[in-house]
Design a protein around this ligand. Structure first.
Ligand code: ZN
Length: 491
């Protein structure tokens, strides 16, 4: 049979998968047709009943090896060919459709079934298989495999770098809102945040049963924002509220893929930071500090009553655009892996084959790792690091969160260190990473000593390997969210 011009490519099925009765049956029928034999003729030749043959061909019964032997002999093929040979196009389509209809995906969604019969036209088969492939593809996309999540992160970081991590349209939105509540300078007060909420028409509801997978839930129908009652040490409640408002102000729709979801998260984080550390006040603060050669993350943190991480991150938004300073930012877990990173100063981050840096180990000699070794947890740790891409000055601090200790560091190329308070420091390290001999490959003496005498048991990093739960909002249990909203709607 000739396939139509627009035909789908035949999907290669691994031989081992072909052993199920459906595909063996389809293959048997194909061979019988090729030999121009009727069921009755095969029955006579093999001594098997016609009804039995029919059931085998329809995949209703599993063939015994002895039966397969007889049939293989009759059709002059090897047993291997019978169970693993490449089926013709029509057969391949039938097999694929049968698999797709019985896949967990089809069952989860309760998709209607159709009986695959010889009378079904190849065109219909093509269409159904094509639809199933599309459904699978869509499911793969929303499931956000770690691979896709990594690629989406890489794309987004490239864009942030191209814009020096400065988003004027988000600064403008935040500025408009601040003007509405009569903000002039300094940190954004709790009172001002309340005024913003009210101005946008929302009411706040503090609850004890917020779904576990969420930080806040917004009821757009009744214009309510639900927040947790208990204070979560990881997240400043003001930030959580401003991020929830951000989704509304920025007109976000349910994300269509993982890249979309990430972008929205970056935008709302940016927006919340632009409200808590308004551009006008913050740039004034930074300019003055630079003029006095006293730039310091802690000062911005203390002036605007935000976390060290928020202050350091906000500096990446404004230092290049307004003060012509290229920067890099890192958030590193105590295990040494990167959680977040940004650079436009040429520092060379470790990366995997997709270019992703999340989850990659940071060089032991970098400030973001060295800071864990420092006893003084009150002052920031400042040091210079010579790397293959130049010398950088960095400042870092360790903060405790529920997932462990995290270092946040901000750095600049050597020539710009002079604007920062921490420029005078006795700490200096050399890193030759990504060369493995820098800090990843043990020295030869040590390797000889321990090579065959060490047996460490690895701790699984399940959070990096697991696919995120499917649904419009990756990682969020939609069922729990809807049930929660319904339970509270009548309050
Ligand atoms: Zn290293």
């Amino acid at each position: 049979m000739t396939a139509p011009a627009s035909a789908l490519p035949v999907r290669q099925t691994p031989a081992a998968d072909l052993l199920d009765s459906f595909s063996v049956g389809r293959h048997l029928r194909q061979l019988r047709k090729q030999h121009n034999l009727t069921l009755a003729q095969v029955s006579t030749a093999t001594g098997m009943a016609s009804s039995q043959l029919s059931m085998l061909e329809n995949g209703k019964r599993e063939a015994k090896v002895s039966q397969l032997h007889k049939l293989a002999q009759l059709y002059a093929v090897s047993l291997d060919t019978l169970t693993s040979g490449t089926p013709d196009r029509r057969t391949a389509l039938e097999i694929e459709l049968d698999r797709a209809m019985n896949s967990p995906l089809a069952q989860q969604r309760n998709l209607p079934q159709v009986r695959i019969s010889p009378r079904m036209s190849t065109e219909v088969l093509e269409a159904l298989v094509g639809l199933y492939r599309e459904i699978e593809h869509q499911a793969d996309q929303t499931a956000a495999t770690p691979e896709e999540a990594r690629r989406a992160n890489v794309d987004l970081r490239a864009e942030m770098r191209a814009r020096n991590n400065y988003f004027p349209e988000l600064e403008a939105e935040a500025g408009k809102l601040l003007a509405k509540v009569d903000y002039h300078q300094g940190p954004l007060s709790q009172h001002a945040i309340g005024a913003i909420t009210e101005h946008l028409g929302f009411t706040l509801h503090h609850v004890t049963d917020l779904p576990h997978s969420t930080r806040s839930v917004t009821d757009l129908d009744q214009m309510r924002i639900y927040l947790p009652q208990a204070r979560n040490s990881d997240h400043d409640p003001r930030t959580v509220l401003l991020q929830a408002l951000g989704h509304y102000v920025l007109g976000h729709r349910a994300p269509t893929n993982y890249g979309d979801f990430l972008r929205q998260r970056v935008e709302t984080n940016y927006f919340a930071a632009a409200l808590q550390m308004p551009e006008s006040s913050t740039v004034l603060h930074l300019r003055t500090a630079k003029k006095n050669k006293q730039l310091a993350v802690e000062d911005l943190r203390d002036s605007f009553a935000v976390s060290y991480e928020s202050a350091a991150h906000r500096m990446t938004n404004l230092l290049t655009h307004h003060l012509e300073l290229p920067v890099h930012f890192l958030r590193v877990h105590e295990s040494g892996t990167i959680y977040k990173a940004y650079e436009n100063d040429g520092v060379c981050f470790p990366a995997d084959h997709t270019g992703a840096i999340e989850g990659q180990p940071v060089c032991r000699f970098w400030t973001a790792r060295q800071v864990f070794e420092v006893a003084d947890q009150f002052n920031s740790f400042d040091s210079y690091t010579d790397t293959p891409s130049g010398t950088f000055w960095c400042t870092a601090r360790v903060e405790h969160a529920s997932g462990g200790d995290f270092a946040t560091s901000l750095g600049v190329p050597y020539v710009h260190a002079k604007w920062f308070r921490g420029r005078i420091t006795k700490y200096r390290d050399t890193s030759s990473c990504p060369d493995e001999r820098c800090c990843r490959r043990p020295p030869e003496r040590m390797a000889r000593q321990w090579e065959k005498r060490a047996w460490p048991s690895a701790r699984a990093h399940s959070h990096l390997l697991a696919a995120l739960p499917p649904g419009a909002f990756p990682g969020v249990d939609e069922m729990a969210v809807y049930a929660f909203l319904e339970a509270h709607a009548e309050d």
